[in-house]
Write a protein that binds this ligand. Sequence first.
Ligand code: PEP
Length: 266
Amino acid sequence: MSEPRIPLVAGNWKMYKGPAEARAFAEELLRQTTNDEGEMTKAGNPELAVFPPFTALPAVAEILRGTSISYGGQNCHWESSGAFTGETAPGFLAELGCQYVLVGHSERRSLFGETDETCRKKLAAAIAAGIEPVLCCGETLAEREADRTFDVIERQLRAALADPPPPGRFTVAYEPVWAIGTGRTATPVQAGEVHHFIREWLGRNISAEIGERTRLLYGGSVKPDNFGELMKQPDIDGALVGGASLQVTSFCSIAGAARSYLTGLI
Ligand code: PEP
């Protein structure tokens, strides 16, 4: 029997918050959720993680390192060093104590030319550097309307994971592009069926163990009042949150919705 999956509520800050604001957020988040030793204070808590912009990572690391709140980069390169102006190696993130890195967020795919192939290389490089990649996948509205959702997800998974990735953990975030930043959330049934598809795909194409243990997050206009219902889907293990992660109160309320579900309150 594999271990139960620990739910994860992760905040993608995108290009918001410089170092000062990020530090204040991290201090407040710590104050609201942990005791003096930096341990989570509420039973049944999901794990929390924040993904600040690169320049804010050292400030966040200074506050959160050694606590039970995780942090990570929003992107990385696949090489460990070299003449790649403007890029960040996974090892640099590891040096800052990052536990995670986002790979293939739809904004990186659509605005910055990230491809399935670069996602594959980044995912492998992150794992090799000891960082858990969060591989983002999701269909556009046109793809959903053309009934191509599962084909697109399968293509993205196959491209990033088909050559067996190095041993190590990864997380998958299903983020329908039409739901990101639009206020339009996938229904629990829509999200649940894609998550189920992803879990089955991992089990069939990588291994039963990876299918069972890999955390699958939902992302796309998650808010405190819609997350409880999404968490009830058996294959949803948490959320990747954009807009609603920018305020400590709403981020904590989403974590609270996950907790209520985990402790049987909803
Ligand atoms: C995201 O940036 O990954 C995201 C899901 O954004 P939002 O929650 O604002 O839709």
